[in-house]
Design a protein around this ligand. Structure first.
Ligand code: FAD
Ligand code: NAI
Length: 437
């Protein structure tokens, strides 16, 4: 039985980051991966989706080119080319992950945990001073009649061609990113969302605005829709406002959330899970078993790639706390959120500015958008930012740093100097508006 300082189970953004950091600090590290290095994010998540988003953005740019005096008479769009491009980018980035792990001993196979901080695969017994479980998550199955006629995000991202009519069940992050891509290819797409508004976890005013923009792009969005069945002909039945509707499609995609993937044998090792199956951890990401940690999607704290990597840095001792974690929905336009929402506490208030008042946004033809700063009533400390509009994800990155640095809206309004004309001036305009109150 080989002994290591650290054994990592899972080679996604949580696992590979932890393994690489530990190896860089001179630890002996083993990483076990049952599938492809890079995990969900690289192979079936963030990266292929963003490659397809980029292709969709090109199409939308071409379609609006005439507004800028650019006539494009003949163009064709080919989803298969975009899908193959995504595949090549993923392969290239996977080589980068392999290079990052050059000092880590990698084992291919499905790991299970045995007593005494031992990890077992079909062919190996490994013993670790410390174990990190970073086994991620998988798509939730929709519990309805005809679920076998519904595909999930893994299967969607493996497609080489898009059919003409698609229905997406779930108006969350995946459902909306997919709808935004599919619609750019001229396909008929309907999103059926169970809750009264899309993106239930987001600021609802921002989510509503996004819904308006996506609807204007031709995406049909039905909220308050309870899907009851899918037939073998891909006819979806759903209930909304007390009535029953049916909608035909060529393909039905489910994007209703994700479930944790945990290694076998955890119970014997004393690792406990909550009622939804997520591994219970403390603030240091240690599980209920001494020396066994769980990071990333599998602990359900924040199911984002950068959150998994941040948790890896904590477990490896590089830092002691997770800062505010931004979340970006890469629709066209983007929607983004960091920190508190105004609805979180009555001591908070918000100041908002539409993108249509920003010179750069108008020049770029991106006047659709709204940015909100959330700050504390008494000392004006910045606590959150929500935005929908072009580059919303980059804008909230700036505010995330300001929140972590403890900035007030007074400082942002009076002391920061931002290049003109720039989208970032929207942040300063919102801070100034807050001070006008
Ligand atoms: P994973 O990336 O899921 O990696 C876990 C790894 O563990 C897998 O490779 C798996 O094969 C392996 N494994 C599991 N069990 C075992 C076992 N018993 N033995 C050995 N290996 C095992 N997040 C963002 O931040 N930005 C985005 O834009 C974004 N887009 C997304 C788009 C889609 C379509 C999806 C599905 C997700 C997206 N996410 C995004 C979420 C992101 O992919 C996850 O939050 C992230 O991958 C979690 O990382 P992880 O390391 O916890 O787990
Ligand atoms: P989600 O939790 O974001 O959204 C699921 C949606 O489906 C919710 O709006 C929910 O109300 C709805 N829903 C649930 N059951 C339903 C039903 N039976 N009928 C109709 N609607 C139903 O989950 P999603 O979109 O699957 O994504 C999973 C996770 O992956 C995200 O929470 C996020 O953490 C991560 N992700 C992150 C991305 C990013 O950062 N850009 C992109 C894609 C995924």
């Amino acid at each position: 039985m080989k002994q290591y300082d650290l054994i990592v189970i899972g080679g996604g953004p949580g696992g590979y980051e932890a393994a690489a950091i530990a190896a860089k600090h001179g630890k002996s590290v083993a990483l076990i991966e049952k599938n492809l290095l890079g995990g969900t994010c690289l192979n079936r998540g963030c990266v292929p989706t963003k490659c397809l988003c980029a292709a969709a953005e090109r199409i939308l740019d071409i379609q609006s080119a005439a507004d800028y005096g650019v006539q494009i008479e003949n163009y064709s769009i080919n989803y298969a080319v975009a899908a193959r491009r995504a595949h090549l980018i993923v392969e290239g980035l996977r080589e980068d992950v392999e290079a990052m792990l050059k000092d880590v001993e990698i084992f291919q196979g499905k790991a299970r945990i045995a007593e005494g901080r031992t990890v077992v695969t079909d062919t190996h017994f490994l013993k670790g001073h410390k174990i990190i479980i970073a086994t991620g998550s998988k798509p939730a199955q929709i519990p309805i009649e005809g679920s076998e006629y519904v595909i999930n995000s893994d299967e969607f991202l493996a497609l080489e061609n898009l059919p003409d009519r698609l229905i997406i069940i779930g108006g969350g992050v995946i459902g909306l990113e997919f709808a935004s891509i599919i619609s750019a290819y001229g396909k008929d797409v309907t999103v059926l969302e169970y809750c009264p508004e899309i993106l239930p976890g987001f600021d609802q005013e921002i989510a509503k605005r996004l819904r308006t923009y996506l609807t204007r792009r031709g995406i049909r969005i039905v909220t308050g829709a309870k899907v009851t069945s899918v037939s073998s002909e891909r006819v979806v039945s759903y209930e909304a406002k007390g009535k029953v509707f049916t909608l035909p499609a060529d393909m039905v995609i489910s994007a209703i959330g994700r479930r944790p993937v945990t290694p076998d044998g955890m119970e014997n090792a004393g690792v406990e899970t909550d009622s939804k199956g997520y591994i219970i951890v403390n603030d240091a990401f240690e599980t209920t078993a001494n020396g066994i940690y769980a990071i990333g999607d599998v602990n359900g704290r924040c199911m984002l790639a950068h959150a998994a990597s941040a948790q890896a840095r904590i477990v490896c001792g590089l830092t002691t706390h997770v800062g505010v974690t931004p979340s970006v929905v890469f629709t066209m336009p983007e929607c983004a959120s960091v920190g508190a929402c105004v609805a979180d506490c009555e001591d908070y208030q918000s100041a908002k500015v539409p993108f249509s008042s920003n010179a750069k946004a108008l020049a770029a033809g991106k006047g659709d958008g709204l940015l909100k700063l959330v700050y504390r009533n008494d000392d004006h400390r910045l606590l959150g930012c929500q935005a929908v509009g072009a580059h919303a994800g980059e804008l909230i990155a700036v505010t995330a740093m300001a929140i972590d640095a403890g900035c007030t809206i007074d400082q942002i309004a009076a002391e920061s100097i931002l290049a003109h004309p720039g989208f970032s001036e929207i942040i300063q305009a919102a801070a100034s508006r807050g001070l006008e109150r």
